[in-house]
Design a protein around this ligand. Structure first.
Ligand code: EPU
Length: 341
């Protein structure tokens, strides 16, 4: 196991902000997890688990602890029949490689989540989702190292309280408790059908697409994303910086009375696009404290030229305050932040 000292968090995260992490351990096996865990315990240092750093923000003071970087790779087919595929992806595997693998085999379930940056192990933490799919629906279980009991075990999806960008891994008393060793997914041959998620549906109509096979959905989603979302290898960002807003029926009615577009669910609850609120508040494309609100997708905050968390925090406050003054809703940040200690 490689241990590095005083590593800039800015180099480990796609937002490219954050001071020094005291130690970073590269984890390539279950053995390494135990070694890193003991290393931190001996020094009485806190730990932080990380994959590709695509949804993680570091603070200016860095992290006085040990970051465990998940580099455990591999994809293993557990069972395969004509209409079902169960596979295990190790936590450090690139998420998009897992998606490509399943699409190539012709199985559906995660194809609309193509090109989401980050690792397979990070995917269930915030319940990633895009273009009408989320990982919750394909997830069977997660194999973890439990820091409370110091044991490896498997947790079934039903125990993970998965909701929109919300799970046991990122909310409540068990947040930060588990290192994700691997995830088990179940895919099937029930291809996505129209009507599709708004922007995918528009693309399909515009291009006269009729092939809804996983590989073709993957190609279309990849094109839509490339148009709208910055590639984190070229442009520093954490994807969507704010969450969309989910409302109960009363809240959804109120929003509509104010003239805000609401996407209704079958039970009449609704979703407001925070990107719409930011755009209507006049912030789309604006530069704030060295950060830029993307001119293609207002939910995305780009780190154009700042090295400081303080600047990011100032830009964030300005966006939140402007939207609150105009519409009365308080935007919530999507990426997680590494505590300083
Ligand atoms: N919209 C605007 N202005 C904008 C952006 C969006 O008015 O600048 C409105 C439009 O009405 C548009 C709607 O918002 O039709 C939806 O926009 P889009 O399809 O771009 O999706 P999003 O709600 O901005 C969410 C996810 C993305 C995911 C896309 C596609 C969150 C926080 N974000 O964004 O996920 O790729 O849907 O499914 O839920 C991420 O989480 O990092 C992420 C990129």
């Amino acid at each position: 196991m490689q241990i590095r000292e005083n590593v800039p968090i800015s180099e480990l995260t796609t937002m490219r902000i954050g001071g020094l992490a005291r130690y970073v351990c590269e984890i390539s096996s279950k053995d390494d997890i135990i070694k890193a865990w003991n290393f931190a315990k001996e020094r009485k240092l806190p730990i932080w688990f990380m994959g590709g750093g695509a949804n993680t923000i570091g603070k200016d003071a860095g992290f006085d602890g040990v970051i465990l970087l998940n580099k455990i790779t591999g994809i293993e087919i557990l069972t395969e029949t004509d209409d079902g595929l169960q596979l295990k992806a190790m936590g450090g595997e690139e998420w998009d490689d897992v998606v490509e693998f399943t699409c190539k085999k012709g199985f559906s379930g995660i194809e609309a989540m193509s090109k989401i940056p980050g690792t397979a192990g990070a995917a269930p933490v915030q319940n990633i989702g895009a273009y009408g799919q989320d990982i919750a629906r394909a997830l069977v279980s997660v194999e973890v190292f439990d820091t409370k009991t110091e044991e490896f075990r498997s947790i079934p999806r039903s125990k993970l309280r998965m909701d929109y960008r919300y799970t046991t891994f990122n909310h409540g008393e068990d947040a930060g408790r588990y290192f994700i060793v691997s995830i088990t997914l179940h895919l099937n041959k029930n291809y996505l059908e129209p009507p599709f998620y708004n922007s995918l549906q528009n693309y399909i109509l515009e291009h006269g697409e009729t092939d809804y096979s996983p590989m073709n959905i993957r190609r279309m989603v990849s094109e839509i994303r490339a148009e709208k979302l910055p590639d984190p290898t070229e442009i520093a960002s954490s994807g969507s910086f704010f969450k969309n807003i989910y409302l109960d029926q009363v809240g959804a009615d109120e929003a509509e009375e104010k003239g805000i577009p609401v996407w209704r669910s079958n039970d009449d609850s609704g979703k407001i696009n925070s990107g719409w609120l930011i755009e209507q508040a006049g912030l789309k494309g604006e530069e704030l404290h060295g950060m830029r609100v993307s001119d293609k997708a207002a939910l995305v905050l780009i780190n154009e030229k700042t090295k400081n968390y303080a600047d990011l925090a100032a830009a964030r406050s300005e966006i939140i305050d402007t939207v609150r003054r105009k519409f009365g809703y308080t935007l919530e940040q999507e990426p997680v932040e590494i505590p300083e200690k």
